[in-house]
Write a protein that binds this ligand. Structure first.
Ligand code: ATP
Ligand code: MG
Length: 243
């Protein structure tokens, strides 16, 4: 479904270095990595928010999409829940969901109340609220998930989808991931939370702009827990700085 070939990003300093990834249809592909690894940058490049200083190929359903604008990628069925979700002054949750529906790729759901319940929000309380900074971060993230369910994407990037959502609700996230998978979507789940790897079907570790390892979620979880690569690099830098 999505192939990334020899992707590098950055002008002087390379933030991403020679990334190669293949995400087959209907996979829940997790990319895990520490803060600053380049995960959100990679999401933004795949979605078309960053286009300059990008080398390599992004291929979606056998089509090279490097030059496509965000809305053109959305029309192909791609969408993203960004790490920091945007606020929309003057638009209610109900209108926001209508917008998603207007541009929907698949009509998975038609009932706003049903979708809000699925993401753990009481429709009566939220349908007429504004999608602005009066909503908490977690509420905003849940509304973003509702809007994705209404959009019915072929491919969705979820960047730190659990950030802001209470820890005890991690099962809610698992539930949404399984709805997306059951509806035949392909998911790229960006996270630094090892617990979310339990929901993945495949995983990769991104560190310092490079894919260090790809494998089963368990392999990557075990490797990530024991990984000392960054620590070693920090030590080398420390020694170099001293000399
Ligand atoms: N426009 C920019 N100019 C300079 N540096 C940048 C720019 N955008 C990102 N970076 C740097 O690139 C690196 C990767 O950032 P990115 O946001 O992709 O990390 P991340 O893996 O998503 O981290 P987190 O887990 O904290 O969300 C960071 O060191 C960041 O400071
Ligand atoms: Mg990030």
């Amino acid at each position: 479904m999505l192939k990334i070939k020899n992707l590098s990003y950055g002008k002087d300093k390379k933030i991403l270095k020679n990334i190669n990834l293949e995400i087959p249809k209907n996979e829940i592909f997790a990319i895990i990595g520490p803060n600053g690894a380049g995960k959100s940058t990679l999401s933004s490049i795949i979605m078309g928010l960053i286009k300059d200083n990008v080398d390599g190929e992004i291929i979606f359903e056998n089509k090279l999409i490097n030059n496509l604008e965000i809305f053109e990628r959305a029309r192909l069925g791609m969408t993203m829940a960004p790490q920091s979700v945007a606020e929309f002054e003057g638009i209610t949750v109900s209108e926001y969901l209508d917008l998603s529906k207007k541009y929907a790729i698949n009509n998975w759901f038609s009932d706003k109340e049903e979708v809000l319940k699925l993401v753990g929000l009481n429709p009566k309380k939220y349908l007429n609220r504004f999608v602005d900074n009066t909503l908490s971060g977690g509420e905003r993230k849940r509304i973003e998930l509702a809007s994705i369910l209404f959009f019915g994407p072929k491919f969705v990037i979820l960047d730190e989808i659990d950030s802001g959502i209470d820890f005890t609700s991690i099962e809610d996230i698992g539930k949404i991931l399984h709805i997306l998978k059951d509806k035949d979507a392909t998911i790229l789940m960006i996270t630094h939370n090892e617990k979310l790897l339990d929901f993945a079907t495949k995983a990769a570790l991104l560190c310092n702009g490079e894919i260090i390892k790809t494998g089963s979620p368990k392999e990557i979880k075990d490797f990530f827990e024991k990984c000392k690569v960054c620590e070693l690099e920090d030590k080398i830098k420390e020694v170099n700085n001293r000399e």
